[in-house]
Ligand binder design. Structure first.
Ligand SMILES: N[C@@H](CCC(=O)N[C@@H](CS)C(=O)NCC(=O)O)C(=O)O
Length: 217
């Protein structure tokens, strides 16, 4: 039965892979999960997606989806029991994900690896990234999630990146004036469903037993 599962190549700590796993989790679907290491990507993954980034989803019919955003949408368009693709806020959700991917990620990388980008100081990089955090903070002032009282694709699409930003220096993040964002992030980090998407797996090798994700009773 598992032979027909769609197959997700993933890397536990990659924020793009996290959002893909969250999309699958919220859809209620199950996939085969293959944990990879970026230093030694499996030939099977590179054969279907030569650009060599994770996540990559190989569908049972042979089609390949190689962008994390498309994987979230693919999963949720099939099944969306919690309404993450809520049509009334979808444009806003897409705009937030675009700002995350095109702008925030740029400053996040420089904040995280400031020693490799000497044009500005780490503090300046952090402050540039905070422009996006301020947008999120103002949204979270009036609701539990970014676009209302329930999670949407915007929450799962940006949360792994905010998490990474916070983890650059947790003390600094804790002192920033974003109490609602901190509450929202903490809620995700403690959420059993998120912990389930962060389960540690051995690196996949041909011939391994299939790992079904998420494991559902
Ligand atoms: N646009 C891609 C970006 C994915 C991406 O850049 N993933 C990183 C890991 S977080 C990666 O695979 N990098 C390749 C490498 O480090 O060799 C997506 O959304 O899926």
């Amino acid at each position: 039965m598992t032979a027909s599962l769609d197959c997700l190549y993933s890397f536990r700590r990659c924020p793009y892979a996290m959002r893909a796993r969250l999309g699958v989790w919220f859809s209620g679907l199950q996939v085969e999960l293959r944990e990879v290491t970026l230093k030694n990507k499996p030939a099977q993954m590179l054969a279907i997606s030569p650009k060599g980034t994770v996540p990559v989803l190989l569908l049972a019919d042979g089609a390949v989806i190689e962008e994390s955003r498309d994987i979230m949408v693919w999963a949720l368009e099939q099944q969306d029991p919690q309404g993450l693709l809520d049509a009334t806020v979808l444009d806003q959700a897409n705009a937030l994900i675009e700002q995350n991917d095109n702008e925030f990620k740029y400053w996040l990388d420089r904040y995280k690896y400031a020693d490799r980008h000497v044009e500005m100081t780490q503090t300046e990089y952090r402050q540039r990234g905070e422009a996006f955090l301020q947008v999120l903070e103002s949204l979270l002032e009036s609701s539990a999630y970014l676009l209302g009282d329930a999670p949407t694709i915007a929450d799962i699409g940006v949360m792994p990146f905010v998490r990474q930003f916070a983890h650059v220096d947790r003390d600094v993040f804790g002192q920033l004036p974003y109490p609602n964002l901190q509450r929202w992030l903490q809620g995700w980090l403690e959420n059993p469903l998120f912990l389930q998407t962060m389960i540690k797996l051995p690196v996949w090798q041909e011939g391994d037993e299939v790992v079904v994700f998420p494991a559902r009773p």
